[in-house]
Write a protein that binds this ligand. Structure first.
Ligand SMILES: [Zn+2]
Length: 272
């Protein structure tokens, strides 16, 4: 794919030097790095660096940049899932961030982002949307999507969610968008999927399910920033006559509602 390279480093004098040693870097990326100001990594601060796409790629939003990893939000684990003992927040030996450590059995409990998987279901020049019957964003429109379950693949989860929310039978065609939302600890994987039959109806989490022409998508009534972003990219790709695969990071403002169209910005959008 050759779109970007993500590297992690800890305690290295120069991230640039590390990246230049990576065998998978293209000549183009090497040239860009060589002309880039030295990237210094603070000791013991894991840092993620995104190498910009080659000139053949496309970027439609803010320039790529060094991006510190997010941490320190969300509910803490108060009790050990293994033994029920209470936990304390402490930095384990050899690590950099505080973790929930059981005061009884000593297990270290890690909290990681949740994967949300779903389908951007299409039929001719229409997109299938579901009106939510549950909070958050009750009464607003979304793509069929939900948390990935243990034991299933992303595609399997996306198909399952599409069935649960719209009782729709779909054929997954291609990956479409992977969108990270660091502030709320979620990462979306959305697939383009073709509706196999027009036999669909609302599942228990939906008030109604409707096929919207791409020019009639209710962008002012979309439930989640991730869905709004994916639909925007889909409409752009459809009108350009070529579907791409998109990645982006959605930075939500503190306190913004999930559906607030002005409560977020997208950075590091890359597509190919
Ligand atoms: Zn324990």
């Amino acid at each position: 794919m050759g779109g970007f390279v993500v590297a992690r480093a800890c305690g290295l004098p120069s991230l640039t030097a590390l990246l230049l040693r990576m065998p998978e870097l293209s000549r183009c990326h090497r040239g860009m790095l060589a002309g880039h100001p030295p990237l210094i990594v603070r000791r013991c601060l894991p840092t993620r660096f995104v190498v910009p796409r080659c000139s053949s790629g496309q970027s439609t939003s803010a320039p790529h940049s060094t991006v510190p990893t997010s941490a320190g939000f969300g509910p803490k684990i108060k009790f050990c899932p293994a033994c029920g003992g209470s936990t304390e927040q402490r930095i384990p030996s050899g690590e950099e961030k505080p973790r929930a450590i059981c005061t009884s059995c000593g297990l270290v409990h890690y909290q990681n982002p949740k994967m949300v998987v779903g389908c951007l279901v299409t039929y001719e020049d229409k997109v299938l949307l579901c009106k939510r019957s549950i909070e958050p964003s009750y009464g607003l429109w979304t793509l069929p999507a939900g948390y990935m379950e243990l034991g299933e693949s992303a595609v399997e989860g996306a198909i399952r969610e599409t069935w649960e929310e719209a009782t729709a039978m779909v054929e997954v065609e291609a990956p479409f968008a992977q969108l990270d939302i660091p502030r709320i600890g979620q990462s979306y994987i959305l697939f383009r999927a073709r509706l196999r039959t027009l036999d669909f109806s609302p599942g228990v989490e939906s008030l109604e399910c409707t096929l919207f022409h791409i020019d009639e998508i209710p962008f002012d009534q979309i439930a989640f920033s991730s869905v709004a972003v994916a639909l925007k990219y889909y409409v752009e790709d459809y009108k350009a006559g070529k579907f791409k695969v998109h990645h982006g990071v959605i930075d939500k403002q503190a306190g913004a509602s999930p559906s607030d169209p002005s409560g977020f910005v997208v950075r590091n959008h890359i597509c190919f």
